[in-house]
Design a protein around this ligand. Structure first.
Ligand code: NI
Length: 643
């Protein structure tokens, strides 16, 4: 039964300046209160997601300042008492729930509160103490229980139960690095709805690796002392302007958003050209990532975290520190999130924005005239960092003065290791008796291109060598061959470095001054395909990683390439399912999904903490402008060299 209660005065929400502004503290509070009141939501419910329900794209594209608009929140709630997941839309404008739907059988992401409660439940379980005692471990304060998603391997007893499978570690000392000391082969399995320990898998005693493997400064015998200070100063302040979450930096304009699942989202990215703001992307975010591990043994084969769908990188965002995470004149943005009970939880300084000098933008010396023209490159950096258990991921967008957009993931943190001697086939020995597991990281970007309008097309471009013949008598000729990708299935593509393959998104209805359609190219960086067997459960669950490029017609509900609820899901949903319809994608409102994989055969130098590794791709204007758009960047003032 549904009851409606009036909202108290304190929940009145102030209007916001734009329909894509993230929910404010007052709006999140109101959304939870309205849903609680109308659906009689009691203490058995958790709130895995409270976020802006984005208004329809068409509405936003036609929105003019001053227009009225409805504010809506999208919520996912989980009833621990029944195990049922619900989706709700709350109208903050009307103060009521406008949609309430059960999504039976679906498991929302694991929440931070669940992790803490799960660890406590395992530690309180007598059977857990027994398996530890068999290993001579008696001090529970040194033991860490790290709950992981259990995956889906078709085991009947794991269906329909919200489960976590925990990895266990033993700290060397109370403030020591536990990830270096796995208690290998002890795996508690917990029902997260009841916090009941269902079983403790014991795969036999493997000694805990002996070394403490500490990385924190306090454990280092000596820190190097030959680094002089390096200050980034901008005495007149940064060159960007911020209005709410709207950013303007030189000729770039965009809005930022933040969701519990994706973290940073960019909206309405455009570039000002000859007095006109030209749209490039309507919405861009990382939409899923997955980390399949390559060790087949019983304690390791399930390791393949979906860091968005199973955990939510927005929920796991760090609160950044000036001078440490970010250098220079920084503008931070907070993330307004909730804990699992629906209480507002603010991650301060979750998103960092600043400018960086990026070397030379362009240069030429006419030595006959003794004329040197050189420009410094400046880029705008918008980023956040998430800690997902052992790993850290930095998610970085870069905007350049020549119209280039770059996306880069910075991977750091601590390798996931197993304990054993003499069996490093599926990993690398990184410390005595400690095996860092082989793995890959796959990132899937959802890029809703709107180049000079919503109707766009995608071409694949391969470079082809002209055969020897009358037209190519000396064998030197080669050319770029563009092939239109007309349907979803034609657009399922992988990289080919040997043809210098790239993909270009164009607007076939708009030409530059040379008569070429305006476009951007998607330039792959390092990339790889999965090594999992085609029949492996992980390939069914993360089918998106089998291709580097997917293109779909725009559909607001198609947001997540492995489906809306990958946690414990058997797979098949998302991109592989949608694209079976083989819809037309030519000259239409389309969404490009670019997938990039980072291959990780660990090195000893990646341990005990991994120096940052980089992975990403670049979007470069391709006939989008009539010429180099950075001719108007002024020369820098020369300064004196240091003595
Ligand atoms: Ni890695």
């Amino acid at each position: 039964m549904t009851t409606t209660q009036p909202i108290s005065g304190s929940l009145q929400v102030e209007p916001v300046s734009h329909p894509l502004e993230p929910l404010t503290v007052a709006e999140v509070t109101a959304a939870v209160a309205i849903l609680r009141a109308e659906q009689s939501i009691g203490n058995s419910f958790r709130f895995p997601c409270v976020t802006l329900h984005e208004p329809p794209k068409d509405f936003v594209l036609h929105y003019q300042p001053g227009d009225t608009f409805e504010r809506e929140a999208f919520l996912i709630v989980l009833d621990n008492a029944t195990g049922t997941t619900y989706e709700a839309i709350v109208s903050l404008t009307q103060g009521k729930v406008t949609s309430w739907t059960a999504v039976p059988g679906m498991q929302p992401n694991i929440m931070a509160d669940e992790l803490a409660e799960c660890e406590a439940a395992v530690k309180a379980h007598p059977g857990f103490r027994e398996v530890l005692a068999k290993r001579g471990i008696h001090d529970l304060d040194l033991v860490v229980v790290d709950p992981w998603a259990i995956g889906n391997f078709g085991f009947a007893d794991e269906t329909g139960v919200r489960l976590s499978r925990c990895l266990c570690y033993l700290r060397h000392r109370p403030d020591g690095n536990f990830y270096a000391r796995p208690i290998d082969g002890v795996v508690p399995v917990v029902n997260l709805n009841t916090m009941e320990v269902l079983r403790i898998e014991d795969m036999g005693i493997v000694p805990v690796p002996p070394e403490p493997s500490e990385y924190a400064a306090r454990f280092q015998p000596k820190l190097r002392d030959d680094i002089k200070p390096l200050h980034i100063t901008q005495p007149e302040g940064p060159s960007f302007q911020v209005d709410g979450h709207h950013i303007r930096w030189q000729k770039w304009q965009f809005r930022i958003g933040f969701t519990p699942r994706e973290g940073l989202v960019l909206y309405t990215v455009g570039y000002e050209d000859q007095g006109k703001l030209r749209p490039i992307l309507y919405r861009a975010s990382m939409a899923e990532m997955v980390v399949p591990y390559g060790d087949p043994r019983p304690q390791h084969f399930r390791k393949n975290a979906f860091d968005l769908g199973e955990h939510g990188v927005g929920m796991l965002a760090n609160s950044l520190k000036l001078g440490c995470d970010c250098l220079g004149e920084i503008r931070y943005f907070d993330a307004v999130l909730t804990n699992s009970r629906g209480e507002v939880s603010i991650t301060e300084n979750a998103v960092c924005m600043h400018e960086e000098d990026y070397g030379i933008l362009w240069k030429h010396t006419d030595w006959r005239l003794d004329d040197v023209e050189v420009r410094r490159s400046r880029r705008l950096v918008v980023s956040f960092i998430a800690t997902v258990d052992n790993y850290e991921y930095g998610f970085f967008w870069y905007f350049y003065q020549d119209g280039t957009i770059q996306y880069e993931v910075k991977l750091t943190g601590i390798l996931l290791c197993g304990a054993l001697a003499n069996y490093p086939k599926y990993g690398t020995l990184v410390a005595p008796e400690l095996n860092a597991l082989n793995h890959q990281h796959f990132f899937c970007m959802r890029l809703d291109f709107d180049l000079d309008g919503v109707e766009n097309s995608v071409y694949e471009v391969n470079t082809v060598a002209e055969p020897l013949g009358p037209e190519n008598p000396y064998g030197n000729a080669f050319y770029a061959e563009s092939t239109l990708l007309k349907t979803e299935q034609e657009a399922q593509r992988i990289i080919d470095p040997f043809t210098a393959r790239y993909w270009k998104v164009i607007n076939p209805n708009v030409q530059n001054r040379l008569g070429q359609p305006v476009g951007f190219k998607i330039m792959p960086g390092d990339n790889v395909l999965p090594f999992a067997h085609p029949d492996a459960p992980i390939l069914k669950r993360a089918g998106f990683m089998t291709k580097h490029l997917w293109v779909t017609p725009y559909e607001a509900s198609e947001r997540y390439p492995a489906g809306d609820y990958p946690n414990q899901h058997p797979g098949g949903e998302g991109l592989p399912q949608w694209t079976q319809a083989n819809r037309a994608i030519d000259n239409t409102d389309l969404v490009v999904w670019y997938v990039f994989g980072h291959h990780h055969i660990p090195r000893p130098e990646d341990f005990p903490i991994m120096p940052v590794a980089y992975s990403g791709f670049t979007l470069k204007p391709l006939g989008f402008f009539d010429a180099n758009p950075s001719l108007d960047v002024p020369p820098s003032q020369p300064r004196h060299a240091c003595h």
